[in-house]
Design a protein around this ligand. Sequence first.
Ligand SMILES: *Cc1c(COP(=O)(O)O)cnc(C)c1O
Length: 390
Amino acid sequence: MDMDIKALDKKYIANTYGRADVVFVSGRGAEVFDADGRRYIDLGAGIAVNAFGLADPVWAAAVAEQASRLQHMSNLYYTQPCVKLAEMLCRRTGMKKVFFGNSGAEANECAIKTARKWAFDKYGDESRATIITLKNSFHGRTITTLAATGQDAFHTKFGPFTPGFVYASAQDAGEVRALAEKGDCCAVMLELIQGEGGVVPLTRQYVDEVVKIAREHEMLVIVDEVQTGNGRTGTLYAYQQFGFTPDIFSTAKSLGGGLPLGACLLGERVEHTLGAGDHGSTFGGNPVACAGALSILERIDDALLEGVRRKGEYIRSALSGAKGVQSVTGMGLMVGILTDKPAGEVARAALRRGVVVLTAHEKVRLLPPLNITDEQLREAVEILKEVIGE
Ligand SMILES: *Cc1c(COP(=O)(O)O)cnc(C)c1O
């Protein structure tokens, strides 16, 4: 059965993914089982998607209940779950309005469109449509969010890309200033911890400086919290640890707890920017995805966030200075580990030993479910230490 699935996948699935050699069939929390019944500890959470792990019973019940009542009516009508979710998001962040899409890239598309419309409304033309993004960033796989992504590797083969993106250093705010001074920019867009780029946090000093430059040059600050959001870094959103509030932020991944859901949150400067017909999505705000998301967000409380910070500290202290480990970066349960061995080799060896880990650029990347137990984490970290050190 196992072999069939792999062969059929190779035959029928578009060949865009290099898959690890395992077929997963079920799970519970931070434990996942393959087709042979073998148990693994999951430190990847489906790339930071399964906030409360696999088959989370609270989320599954919320999803099942909504699916059995009303799964979709479209945005032509009022439905309950998306409104409740938007209210909760705004109440917990101080943002004013929410647009729902189905993915991180779509949430970022909305952020980009909103910033450009804001500048158009302000200046009456498209002369300030440019958006500054950071080198080594990742913002998605659509043609526009690839253009926003500040990595040359993503800028070949699929051109022409959407114009209007310029890239600045993620260390030297002087580059942001130089671009801002050209006078054609409406926004700067940041990942506070560059996730796909190797779990590289921006420094507080750099972020302070960029926010100041944006204010001085009448630019919006957009934060991409697709990966860092929804409790991952030990606060509900990562910007809450950087001492400022963005004008716009996007989130996705953990928000839906396993179902596709993205959100673009709009602060007071852009609260009225989008009007009827400016943007839309057939599936956006889908009742089932939103009912699931509500059940996730309700449980990301102070106690859970305290646990995320404590477990993150445990991983950092257990791995810092361990044999074969060069550095450990990140915040909360978003961890990057630079190892002597190539990251891919560590990930394959860990999988063979029953631990699922991710990679990002040259690093091993950990994004475990937020509710992973101390015992599961200890067991997985011990195995990972052996794999990295051997
Ligand atoms: C994953 C990710 C995206 C893209 O999200 P999709 O849901 O794959 O479209 C965008 N930005 C960041 C920071 C991400 O980590």
